[in-house]
Design a binder for this molecule. Sequence first.
Ligand SMILES: CC(=O)CC(=O)O
Length: 653
Amino acid sequence: MTDVLWTPPADVLQRSRIGAYLRWLAEHRGLEFADYDALWQWSVTDLETFWRSIWDHFEVVAHTPPTATLTERGMPGARWFPGATLNYAENVLRMPGKGDDDPVVVAHTQTRAPVVLTAAQLREQVRRVAAGLRRLGVGTGDRVAAYAPNIPETYVLLLATASLGAIFSSCAPEFGTRSVTDRWQQIEPKVLVAVDGYRYGDKPVDRRGEVAAIRAALPSLRHTVSISYLDQVVPESAISWADLAAETDEPLGFTPVPFDHPLYVLYSSGTTGLPKPIVHGHGGILLEHLKMLALHHDLGPADRFFWFTTTGWMMWNFLVSGPAVGAAIVLFDGNPGHPDLGALWRLAAETGTTYFGTSAPFLLACRKAGLVPREIADLSALRGVGSTGAPLPAEGFTWVYDTVGTDLQLQSLSGGTDVCTGFVGGVPLLPVHAGEITCRALGAKVEARSPDGTPVIGQLGELVITEPMPSMPVGFWNDPDGVRYREAYFDVYPGVWRHGDWITINERGGCVITGRSDATLNRGGVRLGTAEFYSVVEGLDEVVDSVVVHLEDDEGGAGELLLFVVLAEGLTLDDELRKKICRELRTALSPRHVPDEIHQVRAVPRTLSAKKLEVPVKKILTGTPVDQAAAKGALANPESLTAFATLAQHRAP
Ligand SMILES: CC(=O)CC(=O)O
């Protein structure tokens, strides 16, 4: 039995946006629901009425109305809102509830002074930049690429690009040349907008060399625009951001595009081969983000919404839809640990942040450092804390309520780049239980499937989605027959989206995700998720980071469980610590969780969006050469793979 850490207030239906939506459903559709579960069941059964209600309730601006809500219900291939034309940027820039002078973008960085844009200023910037892009010849379907951080210029560029029906794609400027060109050579951008560098903590990082190399590797480029962010000189062959955004009398216009017209291309964190270019559409992203931000995260005009993310992670795309529901967004670029782990909490206080989103590893790092955020920052405005990127264990939940605030809703969220949202998360109507994701999101028919494909409750299963969602990709780039797209999600259960995570859904609809299903630890037929493993091992003061893999035994035996640990500064793994780790795992989890070997490594290999590379580590340990096991450009620390290759050599028979 998990502990209840937060309970919805008695007047939740009066105060929350989901309460307003329920009243609207009763008034306009004659629908009433006994509880969240009944609402969810309806939302995943009567997909047409549900998604149409989202469209109508949020008053989506369309240029031509849809002739239907959903035709072709099968997956892949569902067709949403045929006949409709609309524009994502137009809908975001409505900023409901915001007056012209209200701040909507509050941007802090370690590179320059804070920037605040009001609603009127944001529209004006988008108007100018859209005109600038048009002058450069950008039109519907052209690709505009941003090698730029989480700053207002990147956001303005996204909206300006979308307003023209052109397609946006961003890489954070800490991405190396190879990772960027692996992504953009696939989509062949016409215009590149890049920063000259940035400051990380107090360290200036000059990126002019990388920008030059990226330009040289992209023959499709017609123009490069340079943002003097670190204040370096704009290269002669580039246009300055100021010129792109120069005064013009062209009005702000929005090209009406079909519902599934490409809005942006995101990339899966791909560990092998080229990163998958996932194309998201205007209508699908708009509807999904309206639903999630307003009904689940309860964001509206009174909010300041922050998520710690770079432009290389889909949480950036999620964050910047905030103004579509009237919320102001708080952007941050820099080192979250500079000068110490309190930096983001102080930023929240300074900016009046009401919703603080981050990653589970960040919350756990703060916990490990003994931080008490409410003692170092005035967090009285905070109503919500969001966590994603990895499962948040129970101790992470209790830490938030013990040290951040008791009167806030903690929402652990999981989904991914593939849907640019969370399909399981929180909702204001339901209590928060320690270690548990509160619910399946409206419109997301998430199930856990046993190995024989039956839906299970209270048991670990494969996370699948059995009904289409509008924010599923409109396809992969350069995949005209949809072969790569089908292979990525639909090859195991035809017609059903297999996400690749392990999930347990309990009787009351709460969810626990226990890691990637392709990285499962399977000991003697018992499947163990990796998440619970990490929470025990990394709970020890001596252990800073860890990765665990299971090497199967071809003869059907228990196989080998190998644990790799990164230890605190100055520590060396000895028998005593090995015994301590084993003891903790045996007591906290089970004897099956006790590793056969424990090794000390300098670093755990991680993708650019900070996910542990369990599968590539396993491949290397079973003899796959490093270059075939992982696309080095997709890694934050490719040098960390060497230790595993060396061990593989020593272990080879
Ligand atoms: C919403 C998410 O699923 C974010 C992530 O883990 O990448």
